[in-house]
Design a protein around this ligand. Sequence first.
Ligand code: HEC
Length: 232
Amino acid sequence: MTLMQFVKPAGALAAFGLIGFAAMSIISPRVQADSNSDVQIGFAIAPVQLNLKGKNPALVGKGSYIVNAKADCNGCHNSLDLGGEWAAGHNPYFGQPKMVNAKGYLGGGSPFGPFPGQGIGGVGPLIIYSRNLTPDASGLPEGGHTFQEFLTIFRTGHDFDLAHPACPTLGAAGCIASPPFNASLLQVMPWPVYSNMSDDDLQAVYEYLSAIPCISHKGTVGLPSNLYQTCP
Ligand code: HEC
């Protein structure tokens, strides 16, 4: 999932999962009433140890179900520098028994591109890196964003970090050719589809992301500066 040509299929898959989810809840009230099982599956498939202190467990479980069974967030937000999406010897695409690589789970840093623009420090074409979604020392997920900001990101695609402003101004990841791109919007990230999610679902995703382990990327060189953070 690191090359440009994989971006579209990944987005399409995520879209398919979400549409399937919405359709199921409309057609089958039984499935909706039985939402407890989503929570249980969510806890069963979470690939990392969860910190439930001060969290709403039902929301965390539901968020895990959305993140790990529906929306494939880690397909793009895994950390290549920490081993990528699958644990060594556990890549299902090699026919191996699947196991997610917990060390790089949702830590971001997977590259997409090249995009028209300039890369880090103005060198080479723009490579867009998935962001670090793990909580930082503040305990808030994805770089300390509040739930209100998280909603804005998912509803509008707004990039609070402005990681790739319009060229020639360089941000953490470089700069993007604008036009045609709108430099204040997240690229690659399927927010145009995720914006259809309910507030309740997004709250569950946010709660789940605040319960996963922090990844700092300490010791890695060359990632955009906004991917590094201090862990508790
Ligand atoms: C198809 C790949 C892909 C998938 C799937 C994906 N993301 Fe992203 N996401 C990205 C990329 C790439 C960026 C950074 C985009 C940029 O810099 O323009 C990003 C950015 C974000 C941001 C903005 C972070 C910030 O600090 O402002 C959040 C939040 C986010 N993603 C959460 C999620 C969640 C939660 C999911 C699953 C529900 C998800 N993403 C699924 C690729 C993806």
